[in-house]
Write a protein that binds this ligand. Structure first.
Ligand code: C2O
Ligand code: CU
Length: 457
């Protein structure tokens, strides 16, 4: 009997030792099992899947325009890939199994190598069986720095996740394909972590200016966030600077996969606690504490200026065709029928196969693209949400502009929240050649039908 490379790796990893051939270097992201204290102290630790031994994975920081090179080493029991969410990336590096690459099988590796064109807050996450792999912890922050750093006292990345843990063992409940979750709001958890920790605290001074980079890595939870003892503005959404920073008056939504960059001043006085708060129907709870001690020398804070713009294309709507994408299915609006490939199946048959949703009548990624666009052409996509649930629609490889109710162009985004019953239009400049996914980022919805794609040639 001969030892294939894969066999060797598997037996070696059973001893928790990587053989020399795959010894981790600083440019490796080793996807592997780990143990972490996610639940509050006093609870047991949680077995997770990680990049490099911790959740979130290492924060990757690089300069705008720089080249990112990472080798994914798969030391997990499942095939996996990495998607670099929000990066206007070279298609071959987009990390979508079956569309841009083969999934990396256990013991194998894959070299990601691409340039990051835009400054801002992005993230990376597993894109094979995401509904399980992201829920187990396979995600991390990707920060692309502006040429001129902002004048702030702290630049903090805050990555939100929603875990479903067994309250006794603190193990992740492994019902990832739960049909009730998938046909409703998706997999919602019972513990929210920030940077893989429950209720973390940071020390700040009164009057400090902070940049907060919020990233929602949750499978399905939509946060309604507010500030306590902090005042400031949203300066970027999904990585892209707002032309006019937006004052946080009350609360603001952060749907799965979305990011918001805030610049805030600590208003709370010394010995007080400021915080980031999640508002829920049952009341509010703190996600992050800022314990305030002392006072910074800052007086009369300058106003919060816009970030420098990224090199995004011009959007001219004049002759842009409208492509309608209808979102159907889910509990209370069950599918009557939809296609799997060529076959039209009834809603009942689809449910038996774990398919509850459809995009334009397809309950899985169709053979033909939803849109076949010529490179450089402008398109409107109109999302018509006929379901009884909100969905976070994400396009790969591109950012798009929201079209506001009055027809004007809104902010750039890569993920748009489409509320139940709502219709939302976006404008896309299809300028990045390749085959790109378009799906709901409630990962259980994507797994049970809300998956499509478009082509740019
Ligand atoms: Cu962040 Cu296709 O995903
Ligand atoms: Cu959805």
């Amino acid at each position: 009997m001969t030892f294939s490379r894969r066999r060797f790796l598997q037996s070696a990893t059973a001893l928790a030792v990587l053989p020399k051939a795959v010894r981790a270097s600083s440019t490796d992201l080793v996807a592997r099992k780990a143990i972490q204290q996610i639940a509050p102290n006093g609870f047991p630790e949680t077995p997770v899947w990680s990049y490099g031994g911790g959740v979130p994975g290492p924060e990757i920081r690089l300069a705008q325009g720089a080249r990112l090179q990472r080798r994914l080493v798969n030391d997990l029991p499942q095939p996996t890939t990495i998607h670099w969410h929000g990066i206007r990336i070279d298609n071959a590096m987009d990390g979508v199994p079956g569309l841009t690459q083969d999934a990396v099988t256990p013991g194998e590796d894959f070299h990601y190598d691409f340039v990051v064109p835009d400054a801002g807050t992005y993230w990376y996450h597993a894109h094979n069986r995401s509904v399980e792999q992201v829920a187990r912890g396979l995600y991390g922050p990707l920060i692309v720095e502006e040429a001129e750093p902002l004048d702030v006292d702290h630049d903090l990345t805050l990555m939100l996740d929603d875990w479903r843990l067994d309250p006794e063992t603190a193990h992740i409940v492994d019902d990832f394909d739960n049909g009730h979750d998938q046909s409703h709001a998706g997999r919602l958890g019972n513990l929210v972590s920030v940077n893989g920790q429950f209720d973390p605290a940071f020390s700040v001074r009164s009057r400090d200016r902070l940049r907060l980079r919020l990233i929602n890595a949750s499978n399905a939870r939509i946060y309604d966030l507010s500030l306590d003892g902090l005042v400031g503005r949203i300066v970027a959404l999904d990585g892209m600077p707002l032309e006019t920073p937006m004052r946080v008056e009350d609360s603001f939504p952060l749907a799965p996969a979305q990011r918001a960059d805030l610049v805030v001043d600590v208003q709370a006085r010394p010995d007080r606690v400021a915080g980031l708060v999640s508002r829920e129907r049952e009341g509010s709870f703190g996600l992050v504490r800022f314990t305030v001690s002392g006072q910074s020398a800052r007086t009369g804070q300058p106003s919060i200026a816009p970030l420098p713009p990224n090199p995004l294309p011009m959007v001219t709507l004049d002759s842009a065709p409208i492509h309608r994408m209808t979102l159907q299915g889910g509990a209370m609006r069950w599918l009557e029928s939809a296609h799997l490939g060529e076959t039209l199946l009834s809603g009942r048959e689809l449910a038996q196969l774990g398919r509850f949703w459809a995009l334009n009548g397809y309950a899985e990624r169709p053979q033909d693209p939803f849109l076949d666009a010529q490179r450089g052409s402008v398109h409107r996509i109109e999302f018509v949400n006929e379901t009884a649930f909100p969905h976070a629609m994400h396009l790969h490889g591109h950012h798009f502009r929201l079209i506001l109710a009055d027809g004007r162009l809104g902010p750039w985004r890569d993920t748009v929240l489409v509320e139940r019953g709502q219709t939302r239009q976006i404008a896309l400049v299809a300028d990045n050649p390749g085959d790109w996914l378009l799906h709901c980022h409630m990962l259980g919805h994507a797994a049970s039908g809300m998956m499509s794609w478009f082509r740019v040639t």
